[in-house]
Design a protein around this ligand. Structure first.
Ligand code: ADP
Ligand code: MG
Length: 347
């Protein structure tokens, strides 16, 4: 198949035309550029908006390996991680562009399966795929996705807004994706109970963007800063602390854990807190919110069967992240600065 037949084969009849119409798509895949009329831009419509743009690239053997990840999951996760960036602004995703570079040794079926994953995610979260670019690649598969989204004017939630006295929260259990990767890379799966390892593998392969959580935080008007956990909890907290010129203090006892992650850490003799603090790709949200309003935000989460865990507080400072834990030997609380160890491509 030539390039054009491929583009058609991957993209034709994948999305409900009424979805595309509702997202303002006027000219779809097939011309030099897509034409869209951004929803909510008109003053008479639902609200006055700002537009969000984000792009993320996944490179085979850096971000994923076809050894540990199914092709469908590669596609799903590539889009989900982009949608997570929109969630972390408190916004709504609308449109996506898919740039893909495919090495010769990939079969047509394998690339189609990647696209199946991309469209599963797009249709689930009501995002219109309106274009892209296709090239060959000498060695590794590369997928770069651009997402365009929207948020009410002046309501994007930034990293720089954390205030002294805020509660620090997470919208899920960090570390499970890293634990799932450990299962896939090290564990002869059969040694472990399926009920322990399956949720971990799923967290790694099929992360869900916390879009609804982002919208609830936006609607609360009391969420001051927000980030998504792509590079590890401490790394994301450090970004907030630095951008906001504050210190963040995490209480070790408040960090949420999951039963299966704790059990797997014990059984595989791995340090649990390395996953929780430094593991990446959970795509949960981490941020800070006004202390007085935290309980009511939490109630709004629970009403939707969503989780919101307080894990610490914001104090005066200049960008450090601290962990408070109980010292059993001396029977007192101690505070240690935590050094960031998140993934960085150029160290
Ligand atoms: P051009 O030469 O004008 O850049 P292309 O041949 O690259 O056009 O693409 C033709 C059309 O197909 C464009 O609408 C483009 O957005 C779309 N397209 C190309 N590659 C992909 C892809 N991998 N996924 C989705 N749409 C794509
Ligand atoms: Mg092109």
């Amino acid at each position: 198949m030539d390039e054009f037949s491929r583009i058609r084969y991957w993209n034709e009849q994948r999305q409900d035309p009424t979805l595309k119409k509702s997202l303002g798509v006027i000219v779809d895949i097939g011309d030099d550029a897509a034409v869209v009329s951004l929803p909510y831009q008109d003053e008479s419509k639902q609200y006055q908006s700002e537009t969000l743009y984000t792009v993320d690239t996944m490179v085979e053997d850096i971000h994923f390996s076809s050894m540990t990840t199914d092709f469908e999951h590669i596609g799903y996760k590539a889009l989900a991680s982009n949608l997570s960036d929109i969630a972390a602004m408190g916004g709504i995703p609308l449109h996506a562009l898919i740039a893909i570079s495919v090495p010769d040794h990939y079969s047509e079926d394998q690339v189609m399966r990647i696209y199946n994953g991309i469209y599963d995610c797009a249709n689930r979260y009501k995002v219109a795929i309106v274009g892209g670019d296709t090239t060959s690649s000498p060695h590794s598969l590369i997928i770069s996705i651009t997402v365009i989204g929207t948020v009410e004017r002046n309501k994007a939630i930034l990293r720089s807004g954390a205030k002294v006295g805020d509660i620090v929260f997470v919208t899920g259990v960090p570390g499970q994706s890293a634990a799932g990767l450990h299962v896939l890379q090290h564990a002869g799966e059969s040694q472990y109970q399926r009920s322990i390892i399956e949720p971990l593998i799923r967290a790694h392969q099929l992360p869900e963007p916390h879009l609804l959580e982002g919208r609830l935080l936006n609607a609360s008007n009391k969420c001051h800063s927000l980030n998504d956990v792509s590079d590890g909890l401490i790394s994301e907290l450090a970004e907030i602390a630095k951008a906001s010129f504050v210190d963040i203090i995490i209480d070790e006892n408040q960090l949420p854990l999951s039963e299966h992650m704790s059990q797997y850490a014990t059984q595989s003799r791995q340090p649990l807190f390395d996953w929780v603090l430094y593991g990446g790709e959970d795509y949960i949200l981490v941020g800070t919110a006004d202390k007085e309003h935290f309980a009511s935000i939490q109630t709004s989460f629970h009403e939707q069967q969503l989780q919101l865990y307080a894990i610490g507080e914001v104090e005066q400072g200049n960008g450090a992240v601290w962990m408070e834990s109980w010292n059993y030997q001396f029977q007192l609380k101690e505070r240690n600065q935590i050094v960031n160890r998140g993934y960085n491509h150029f160290t």
